[in-house]
Design a protein around this ligand. Structure first.
Ligand SMILES: CC(C)(COP(=O)(O)OP(=O)(O)OC[C@H]1O[C@@H](n2cnc3c(N)ncnc32)[C@H](O)[C@@H]1OP(=O)(O)O)[C@@H](O)C(=O)NCCC(=O)NCCS
Length: 176
């Protein structure tokens, strides 16, 4: 449980190393993310720089001088799917269950709406009960299940597909 005050902030270039370390620590738990370690630091730096340049929501949680979690929403590149973003997030072990994930996700979703996205989608392992509960609570719907799509350490798990769709903004009403 995290006792220190936590700030939710847009990521900045100075956060790259801390973000990479947080990503690596969660990936190495092997239970939650698609990768079992962070990509090389230059790849992580390029990911952050692309998000900043293209206005993709990417927020981090900071407590004291530690980066405790992140949430990013990457816009699809194809014109057909450019209204959609793909979500990734994590909170480092020892700081979960204290509201950081909900705050990160809320901030990233607000930024996605401001950026004009109409849909946010994600994949989550079937055994990841806390993440599924968080996504459901924030309005994501279950859209599908890929059977036995994950295999690690001799265990097989399903991959769930979840999505959040916002209504398209209507035309402005003219008074009178
Ligand atoms: C999923 C994760 C981001 C949630 O962050 P968190 O800071 O622990 O979550 P919060 O404390 O903000 O809780 C928000 C909601 O999540 C759900 N939740 C959190 N922990 C839970 C748990 N252990 N069991 C069930 N639901 C849980 C609840 O709905 C909770 O809302 P509530 O407290 O009003 O009931 C965090 O557990 C995590 O980083 N897990 C490992 C990485 C991961 O799974 N990333 C997502 C991959 S798809």
């Amino acid at each position: 449980m995290s006792e220190m005050p936590v700030r939710i902030e847009p990521i900045s270039p100075k956060d790259v190393e801390d973000f990479c370390a947080a990503l690596d620590s969660v990936a190495r738990e092997r239970l939650y993310l698609a990768a079992f370690e962070a990509p090389p630091i230059e790849q992580v730096r390029a990911f952050v720089e692309t998000n900043l340049r293209e206005g993709n929501p990417h927020v981090v949680a900071r407590g004291g001088d530690r980066l405790l979690g992140w949430c990013d929403i990457t816009r699809h590149r194809s014109p057909l799917r450019a209204h959609c973003g793909v979500l990734g997030m994590g909170v480092v072990a020892g700081h979960r269950g204290a509201g950081i994930g909900r705050a990160l996700l809320g901030a990233a979703l607000s930024a996605a709406r401001v950026a004009g996205m109409l849909r946010v989608e994600l994949e989550v392992r079937g055994s990841n009960t806390p993440a599924i509960a968080l996504y459901e609570r924030m309005g994501f719907r279950h859209e599908g299940r890929k059977l036995a799509a994950c295999r690690f350490d001799g265990t097989t798990d399903d991959m769930l597909i979840m999505g959040l769709v916002w209504p398209e903004p209507g035309p402005a009403r003219v008074a009178g």
